[in-house]
Design a protein around this ligand. Structure first.
Ligand SMILES: Nc1nc2c(c(=O)[nH]1)N[C@H]1C(S)=C(S)[C@@H](COP(=O)(O)O)O[C@H]1N2
Ligand SMILES: [Mo]
Length: 374
């Protein structure tokens, strides 16, 4: 294939062009390369990353977490205080609510995720519940607001990164204040020294660089709560809040990629298609696989799900015949939620869990073979 022709063809449809703003965000916030779906626990450096503003400067020695608001005994804890409390370890799959955004047409301008905004880590931390119980919730408490040390401006609103969580979610036994990821202290980009982990919810809930927990008597009305993270049909639509992760199955693309286009070449014969699937609503019930662009489906084989909130491995055999094929996979969870082939567009480009489509060319001869000069 000819590079000039490719670039020229891309230029024809100007609506497809990525903007410099999007490129800047994409270069800061990387996705997980999908071949890393091979690991049940994503190596830290391959886990996706999403940082709204800058990674804040944190002084470990003077870092504190304050618990205040509608509690009887407001408290301030050091990292050592938190680390000497009972610890819990949990494998949790996380996904950015914007995963799949760049596949929407027209493309909402924001972090231009394809499908890599996901990863599974083994988080170590202390359960939030017992801290809130010790602080003593007052009767009028309805939500808990989590504040990070990072600060920036979004659509003209200067803010700390903050999210609220209904009290019942904050009190779930699985909700953790995590200080380690895959057994090592959090890296700066993943929220060092402390972050919230709320299994099942989309990424934005898991506040990094967590320094303040405020129990409130009114629903939180901060930017990330009421303006960001809503499914809206247009700018005037109040929309519905984005909460838990919708079901999604992803596949490791088989064969070998072309460098520039990443189109896949697969040798004819028997293959085992593999991937992982998750949902924030319920365990995965089934993963269906299609090798004809979604016209017909076969049931994939599920591996045991390692924990209630971590993705589940799946595989399916495929006898590849020469020619072009479109491979798809689709997850269904125990709540009956199933991935759609197409999804209604929304302004923010959130929760696009339409099925993944991988175009492959099955051939014995993906290209010319260059022999090294002797
Ligand atoms: N303080 C703070 N917390 C944050 C964010 C942020 O920008 N600041 N980004 C959120 C979003 S949108 C996502 S998807 C996850 C990403 O977590 P990761 O970078 O560790 O994968 O963190 C969330 N927590
Ligand atoms: Mo996100």
């Amino acid at each position: 294939m000819d590079l000039m022709t490719d670039a020229g063809e891309d230029l024809v449809d100007a609506a497809e062009l990525i903007t410099e703003d999007e490129l800047r965000l994409a270069a800061r916030n990387h996705g997980m390369p999908l071949e890393a779906l091979r690991y049940p626990i994503t190596p830290v450096g391959l886990h996706y990353l999403l940082i709204h503003y800058d990674i804040p400067e944190v002084d470990e020695a003077s870092f504190t977490l304050t618990i205040a608001g509608r509690v009887r005994r407001p408290t301030t804890l050091t990292l050592a205080d938190l680390q000497t409390r009972p610890a819990a370890v949990a494998a949790v799959t996380m996904e950015c609510a914007g995963n799949g955004r760049a596949h929407l047409k027209p493309r909402p301008i924001s972090q231009p995720w394809l499908l890599g905004a996901t990863g599974t880590a083994e988080w170590t931390g202390t359960p939030l519940r017992s801290l809130l119980e010790e602080a003593g919730l007052l009767d009028d408490a309805v939500e808990v607001v989590f504040t990070g040390l990072d600060h920036g401006v979004e659509k003209g609103v200067e803010q700390d990164y903050q999210r609220g969580l209904p009290l019942a979610e904050a009190m779930r036994t699985e909700t953790l204040l995590a200080y380690a990821m895959n057994g090592q202290p959090l890296l700066p980009q993943h929220g060092f020294p402390l972050r919230l982990v709320v299994p099942g919810w989309y990424g934005m809930t898991n506040v990094k660089w967590l320094t303040r927990i405020t129990v409130v008597a009114q629903p939180f009305a901060g930017y990330q709560q009421v303006r960001g993270y809503h499914l809206r049909t247009d700018d005037d639509d109040p929309g519905t809040p984005v909460t838990r992760m919708m079901p999604r199955a992803l596949m490791v693309a088989p064969g070998i990629p072309d460098f520039l286009t990443r189109r896949r070449f697969v040798r004819p014969g028997s293959h085992r298609l593999r991937g992982r699937a998750w949902s924030g609503w319920a365990p995965i019930r089934a993963v269906d696989v299609s090798v004809d662009g979604g016209r017909t489906w076969a049931a994939g084989q599920l591996e045991a799900q390692p924990s209630g909130f971590a993705w589940c491995g799946w595989s399916c055999s495929w006898t590849a015949s020469p020619g072009d094929h479109e491979l798809c996979c689709r997850a269904i969870d125990e709540s009956g939620r199933q991935q759609p082939l197409d999804i209604p567009w929304n302004v923010g480009g959130y929760a696009n869990n339409a099925v993944q489509r991988i175009h492959v060319t099955v051939t014995d001869q993906p290209g010319d073979v260059l022999e090294p000069a002797v």
